[in-house]
Design a protein around this ligand. Sequence first.
Ligand SMILES: Nc1nc2c(c(=O)[nH]1)N[C@H]1C(S)=C(S)[C@@H](COP(=O)(O)OP(=O)(O)OC[C@H]3O[C@@H](n4cnc5c(=O)[nH]c(N)nc54)[C@H](O)[C@@H]3O)O[C@H]1N2
Ligand SMILES: Nc1nc2c(c(=O)[nH]1)N[C@H]1C(S)=C(S)[C@@H](COP(=O)(O)OP(=O)(O)OC[C@H]3O[C@@H](n4cnc5c(=O)[nH]c(N)nc54)[C@H](O)[C@@H]3O)O[C@H]1N2
Ligand code: SF4
Ligand SMILES: [Mo]
Length: 731
Amino acid sequence: MNSLSRRRFLKISGATIGVAAAGSAVLKGTQLLNRKKPSAGVETIPTFCDICFWKCGAIAYVNDGKLWKVEGNPDDPLSNGRLCPRGTGGVGAHYDPDRLKAPLIRKSVRGKEEWVEVTWDEAFTYIAEKMQKIKANYGPEAVALFSHGIGGNFFKHTLKAFGTPNIAAPSFAQCRGPRDVGFRLTFGEDVSSPERTDIKNAKCLVLIGSHLGENMHNTQVQEFAEAIENGASIIVVDPRFSVAASKAKHYLPIKPGTDLALLLAWMNVIVNEKLYDFEYVQKYGFGFEQFAASIQQYTPEWAYPETGIEPELIRETAREMARFKPATLVHPGRHVTWYGDDAQRSRAVAMLNALLGSWGRKGGFYTPVSMDVPSYPYPDYPKSAKGKVDNPDHKYPFAHETITTGIREATITGKPYPVKGWFVYATNLLHALPNEEETIKAIQNLDLLVVIDVIPSEIAGWADVVLPESVYLERHDDLNVEWFREPFVALRQPVVDSPHDQKPNWWMAKKLAEKLDLGHYYPWNDIEEYFEHRLKAAGLSYSELKKKGTIRGAKQPIYFDEGVPAEFPTPSGKIEFYSLQLQQAGFDPVPKYNRPAAGPPGYLRLLYGRAPVHSFSRTQSNRVLMDMMNENEVWINTNIAARFGLKSGDYVRLKNKDGVVSNRIKVKATERIRPDCAYMVHGFGHNAKGLTFAYGKGASDAQLLTRYITDPLMGGTASNMNFATMESEVA
Ligand SMILES: Nc1nc2c(c(=O)[nH]1)N[C@H]1C(S)=C(S)[C@@H](COP(=O)(O)OP(=O)(O)OC[C@H]3O[C@@H](n4cnc5c(=O)[nH]c(N)nc54)[C@H](O)[C@@H]3O)O[C@H]1N2
Ligand SMILES: Nc1nc2c(c(=O)[nH]1)N[C@H]1C(S)=C(S)[C@@H](COP(=O)(O)OP(=O)(O)OC[C@H]3O[C@@H](n4cnc5c(=O)[nH]c(N)nc54)[C@H](O)[C@@H]3O)O[C@H]1N2
Ligand code: SF4
Ligand SMILES: [Mo]
């Protein structure tokens, strides 16, 4: 945007949005959503959302180059014409006055958040020189990329071209990794994202922690509502009476960390009462007899003292699941890095589904399909002789993606080889990884930390170079060729200009490649040329995609009964009730229960999760969403609150076993949580100075997660094993 149109933009936004306080540029939050429709000249532009990673198709309404509102795109199968509240509030990301505005280079010591503004060319020259130096001294592998979301695709491309295999996202070792490993070990395939869960057709839906309704992944929540409408039987297992629990026929307030005991007891009932899908198990199962024998000890009576769930309720819910098989979906969850037994617990979830015959069946797990859009024919990437740094000697033998925390560890220890440069694209590592101290220690070992962000996040605060990105409403991103119920391809495209000198990721990644003499990896001049090329190869029209935002392909079979081949890419070619792979690697071939360690007296187990109007630590600067929820609370049981002399609305500080004390946080005293745990929404408690609005509001769960157990199968960092007590805070 040139300076003239920028001035115009500022004038327009100042005039229409209003200014909260004299002299400040703070925009009013939900006012942005309640603005009247402009009298004329409203243009609609389709794109897809990026407030979380679900990528819902959206329509932006723009008037005179100015963003009015964003709604769901009715043509898009992920949104079905409706966005979640975060998606609607996405306008706040564009209008956020705290946004990064220009490239920055660190002026003083790391973490002090003192910068000099530089030009884009200066920034790239600085970065490229440092990268070449690291490459000369340690090899290209010594530069790693942390990235989350589709926006990271082009930086991945540049860094692979540079020669590093060390590229990781927190969505594996801090999120869904154990689930995908557990399912892979059983069915040979991942659950993937969007999950292949056929929620809308489920007649019985079991949610173990997955708190749909607070967890707002749009399609899943829409399907959940549909299942409820259709009278599906809902079973919810959660130490906290979640929104989903309020819709349940059976609510099981489980003792935290004991879900594997419940799962084993459920399977014990289903096997011993011969309630399983006999034909399915016989046809597709491997090692059923050994499995059945090894779960005999896990009776409902045995599980009762472990889980706190009465034997009769365990039996009743097991029978309920069996009644509706194969349309019973035991949801695999998503954020499952809880207690260290996570991959094995997820495997038990997979096995329970296998007993119910739900994999490949309507109302269970469908087989996702996708459009055939060939990738761009780039030159080959250089092969790394050293291999990846995150998982030396395959210590975690079943990790099939790169482990973020493995890269962090190598950066601290220099083993198996040194890591000296980090690129961090759209992931606030100080909120996303457990144990902040280790992250900072790793950062202090770096010769280069580049952070690409839209706001001055905590991780940006530690960077040597900060690159300001245009928000998703102002840029193109890679095509979304999704694996879903039906094939489709979706386009993200700019609907408004960036207000300052922000740039899209593809432009930055390409410019950086050129500085590194890797320009030949970008044979296209502009991303639209790249789209044209790929879409043409797929026989699709770019101009149609631009107009519609989404092109859908013909529906295809997605269930075994419709002709999808029942293939299980496991070593046995079958569903593995007994896993020889696990046995050979020295692990339990059938999951075994180990009781989680208890906390000290007076401490509560610290649990955390989502709120409907926020995404992780990325939306607390969004004025629209903050108008809806501007701090988090700590849920504690009413009796515990009374014992501490606390009531709802009081402020406390949480103090963990290692003496880390949180920001002040408001108490929510409630019957809706067990007395042995506390619960808070993730993402609050920002302490980066540039986040003027989010700063100091609520407390950060991440700060309190000083401990974690690493999943021995796959390297996930289980963090539901921290304990906290409360210190009163005078308001
Ligand atoms: N303590 C704790 N840790 C957790 C979790 C938890 O519940 N508690 N959840 C885990 C889970 S499930 C996940 S998936 C991960 C999520 O981890 P992350 O994906 O790292 O989530 P955020 O903390 O929101 O960090 C996102 C960063 O991207 C920036 N950003 C937003 N939009 C853009 C953009 O358009 N471009 C660029 N370049 N940057 C952008 C934001 O400002 C923010 O700094 O965290 C995991 N870690
Ligand atoms: N609004 C919103 N929605 C989101 C996101 C977001 O940031 N905001 N992020 C998305 C992403 S990437 C992910 S991974 C998902 C995460 O969503 P989920 O996979 O649903 O996981 P969490 O949000 O971590 O929720 C944790 C839930 O598990 C319960 N729980 C804690 N310990 C135990 C236990 O021992 N046993 C059982 N049975 N339950 C337990 C908690 O009480 C809480 O209800 O949400 C997605 N949807
Ligand atoms: S679920 Fe909500 S925030 Fe996530 S992409 Fe969809 S509309 Fe956006
Ligand atoms: Mo996640």
